[in-house]
Write a protein that binds this ligand. Structure first.
Ligand SMILES: Nc1ncnc2c1ncn2[C@@H]1O[C@H](COP(=O)(O)OP(=O)(O)OP(=O)(O)O)[C@@H](O)[C@H]1O
Length: 236
């Protein structure tokens, strides 16, 4: 279980409250207007932003005081997931060792992860020598070798076209099913949310709401979600 208890996050004048818990293995879309605090919430869980008040617990353990690298968290951002000057093998290897020194077994894990995301044989290329979709796959391979139970995705595929995005979400869903990871994904696309998540956390008006079942929420959105979705997002 991931528990956010009486959490208050602040950035300058901005303030976000959250009091909710997510069960292990759930798949949650974070949805809400631009600037509502979705990235802020992920940053706090990942350890990049200390809470102003409240607690973040994973499996009952308080995460405050744990550096980002020590948390049970792997994170993917919209951009900047790969170091352009390092080849793909090394980029993925960073998920195991920040210094890039690997044992034989660890090298095998990197190769396995590359194979799992369809990038066997691409390890010696730099990110610039891959397509956008392949770069996303490489970033996912790094998430795989990190082997963390909590996966935070901050619009990681927003730069891809709809078909490729659907393909990447399908791959994430497969990896999630294989690993049993708990997934939180920020998205602006209700269709993407439907594809991958079973619950929605609405972030709006200074508050991250407790998770609600996807279907019920999209079929009968509360006013803040209706305003965000406009005319096109609700229902099918
Ligand atoms: N370093 C910072 N200093 C001050 N304010 C910040 C900082 N980073 C973010 N903010 C503010 O915090 C608020 C929440 O930003 P955040 O990026 O979490 O929103 P978001 O919901 O992820 O938005 P988007 O959907 O546009 O990515 C915004 O009002 C933003 O201006």
């Amino acid at each position: 279980m991931l528990e956010l208890s009486s959490l208050v996050l602040t950035q300058g004048d901005f303030r976000l409250e959250a009091h909710l818990s997510l069960s292990e293995g759930s798949s949650v879309a974070l949805i809400g207007p631009s600037g509502a605090g979705k990235s802020t919430l992920l940053a706090a869980i990942a350890g990049f932003l200390p809470p102003t008040e409240g607690r973040i617990r994973w499996r009952g353990q308080e995460l405050a005081g744990l550096a980002p690298g020590k948390r049970p968290v792997a994170m993917l951002f919209q951009d900047g997931n790969l170091f352009p000057h390092l080849d793909i093998f090394r980029n993925v290897a960073l998920g195991i060792s920040p210094r890039g020194r690997l044992s034989g077994a660890e090298r095998g894990r990197v190769e396995q992860a590359l194979e799992r995301v369809g990038l066997s044989g691409y390890g010696s290329r730099t990110p610039g020598e891959l397509s956008g979709g392949q770069q996303s796959r490489a970033a996912l391979a790094r998430v795989l070798v990190q082997d963390r139970p909590l996966l935070l995705l901050d619009e990681p595929f927003a730069a891809l076209g709809p078909a490729l995005r659907a393909e990447m979400l399908a791959l994430v869903a497969e990896l999630r099913a294989e690993t049993g990871a708990t997934l939180l994904m920020v998205t602006h696309e209700p269709d993407d949310a439907r594809r991958i998540a079973d619950q929605i956390v609405l972030v709006a008006e200074g508050r991250a709401a407790p998770p609600a079942p996807m279907r019920a929420l999209l079929d009968d959105p509360p006013p803040a979600l209706r305003a965000y979705l406009g005319d096109n997002g609700a229902g099918d």
